[in-house]
Design a protein around this ligand. Sequence first.
Ligand code: NAP
Length: 454
Amino acid sequence: MTRPLRVGIVGAGPAGIYAADLLTKDETLSSCGTSVSIDILDKLPSPYGLVRYGVAPDHPRIKQIQGALHKILDKPEITFYGNVEYGVDLKLEDLRHHYDAVIFATGSDRDRPLDIPGVDLPGSHGAADFVFWYDSHPDVAPSWHVDGTSVAVIGAGNVAVDVARILAKDADDLLSTDITDNVYEGLRAKQITDVHVFARRGIAQCKATPMELRELDKQPGVEVLVYAEDFEMDEGSLRACDESNQVKTNVKVLQNWAIRDERGAERRLHLHFLHSPVEILGEDRVSGIRTERMELTGDGNVKGTGEYVDTEVQAVYRAIGYLGSPLTDLPFDEERGVVPNSEGRVLDLDDRHVDGVYATGWIKRGPVGLIGHTKGDALETVTNLVADREAFTPAAEPDPVAFESLLAERGVEFTTWEGWKRIEAREEELGAERGRKRLKLLTRQEQTSVARQA
Ligand code: NAP
């Protein structure tokens, strides 16, 4: 190919950005003298996906990944277009007209459904909604009444731990972060004294990572309580401890918590293992949660005992995993919430590779793993894309100017990389005015108008 290989990436989170980075560094392409020209599109005016709108605000170390992602987006081969929604502003046909290949990196943006009675009662929330709210996602209503004195969180993964920590934490301890005023006020108004986390399996099956688990007990004014009767271990659990340092550490942390005296803190974070949610109780709104006591079956799995426990709570947060959303013009695996693919090559209903179409990140393999894990994923997808480059139908209109003209013709109020830098500068300015490091711009409109200032 004498012209640059044109690749469009849908989704400017870590998965899409890592894929772009690998394309710019690909040795197969450079050894045959092929350069690349990549456009990364995102439906939001800003880049960084879950790093900006999923990582908890009190995790600045993880948020720092933005610095590395910024350096990648600064590369001359990469162009960012925000506020461009695939399926609304553009269809697959448009992308294939303008790009030789397209990579979908749209992640997992909704809650896995929990099919139990009472799940739709007011006061029963999906964790994704709550996380988007406390991270000031522009498409989520700014007000959230964080109700109740006693609340439940379902799940034992890192999202459950994030949600439980934010619910238990003093809002003033978040003032050093980039949370917006509406979130600070919402959290400051809360009256929560008890957060009950319910995990359906045992202590050796807790999915949270040790650092995140330990952090629960390091919040000023909060103490973690665990219950000895939940500490059953079977053969499978012992084997899991032997095979994984992470499991061994989690078990040790939890066992240490079980043998210490209560500190009498103002707020309590109760971790209940071997409790599976069976019903959210309440007439007009949540008033409790019913869980079934579970027992281990020898292999680390669980079965019900037929014994039920009711816990009085006024709100329930379901953190049982995320799901990707279907993508226009592509097949979708509803159960797993992914685009069917073979090592990143997107497959049609007959299991044939859709010409020039690829996937990476959570929309490829499901919402599992830490941000760094998307790098290996991107490598597989990019390697296959490069290997296929003689086989896919080339773009009919590869000129980058033509793509930008198409957006303009369709009246898309797109944002650019320079525009994002203006958003960043404004957010830092707003922070400085208030003695804070940074304050996020809340709405899509605010971000777009700052980004598009001439
Ligand atoms: P996750 O790690 O898969 O945890 C989901 C939890 O929900 C598990 O404890 C699971 O229990 C439970 N669950 C699933 N279905 C259930 C049901 N029907 N009833 C009761 N419980 C149910 O998912 P996640 O917490 O959403 O996290 C997604 C990924 O993002 C993970 O890889 C996580 O590490 C990562 N993440 C990382 C950070 C961080 O690094 N700080 C923060 C947030 C997220 P079972 O194990 O029994 O299925």
